[in-house]
Write a protein that binds this ligand. Structure first.
Ligand code: FPP
Length: 239
């Protein structure tokens, strides 16, 4: 969808995180099953990945499935996992054509083995691509990510003084990826819901009332435009 907003190319956020919320409500409003909302949500995810790639964004983290989402019904969990698998298997050409690299954050050990395998294979297949990096947060929790980083850190050092911010960062799932500049949440909720707790310490938040399945390229552009109006001080005073 065309947008009349003009973005400052030199001040694009390097890394955007998105809490894709509202699939269930979208379906409910249309008298459809929640699973239909997730199906539409997946279409939106592809649309927004393409838009981010075209805009020249470097990293996009999508909150697909949290460590808390296992509390949903077995049917819904199974449906979402099926969608992820279908997407990773069926859309590799889309990622290849756009030179997009797929990565994972979250605990692969808690995922169904076939999903963990598809993720690892997609990451391997797209490893050399230098365009947008899409990080799929699957079986991801911000607290769990910090705990897993701390476990790796404890396994690797003896002296407690090595437990520093840099030390913890080094043992996160993807230590080379810069912190998100902008975190978007759709569907009118104003919560972080355990997303990028460590990395998002100084992210700018953008909340949209629009349900995720209705999100368009123009909404992404509006979010980035709002971000470009913010004054980022990283805890420092006013200049
Ligand atoms: C939130 O809606 C969305 C989810 C729990 C995740 C589902 C996400 C997708 C299907 C997109 C997957 C994308 C890729 C690239 C694999 P909700 O069910 O919490 O909505 P509600 O709050 O309205 O109930």
């Amino acid at each position: 969808m065309a947008s009349s907003v003009v973005l400052a190319r030199s001040r694009l956020p390097h890394h955007i995180g998105i809490i894709m919320d509202g699939n269930g409500r979208w379906a409910q409003r249309k008298n459809q099953l929640r699973t239909q909302g997730h199906l539409e949500g997946l279409k939106t995810a592809k649309r927004i990945v393409k838009a981010a790639s075209d805009l020249g964004i470097r990293y996009l983290t999508l909150y697909v499935f949290s460590t808390e989402n296992w509390k949903r019904t077995a049917e819904e969990v199974g449906f979402i996992m099926g969608l992820v698998k279908q997407h990773l298997k069926g859309e590799l050409d889309f990622y290849r054509e756009n030179r997009i690299r797929i990565r994972h954050t979250g605990d692969p050990k808690g995922l169904p083995p076939d999903i963990a395998r598809e993720l690892a294979e997609a990451a391997e297949d797209t490893r050399s691509f230098e365009g947008l990096q899409v990080i799929l947060a699957l079986n991801y929790g911000g607290r769990d990510a910090i705990v897993r980083a701390a476990q790796r850190l404890f396994a690797s050092v003896e002296q407690q003084e090595k437990i520093t911010e840099e030390g913890i960062r080094h043992y996160l799932d993807n230590p080379d990826i810069p912190d998100p500049d902008l975190i978007i949440r759709t569907a009118g909720e104003h919560r972080t819901s355990n997303f990028l707790l460590w990395e998002g310490a100084y992210a700018e938040y953008y909340f949209s009332d629009i349900l995720w399945p209705d999100w368009t390229e123009a909404d992404l552009v509006s979010a980035i435009a709002a971000y470009q109006q913010r004054e980022r001080r990283f805890g420092g005073g006013k200049p």
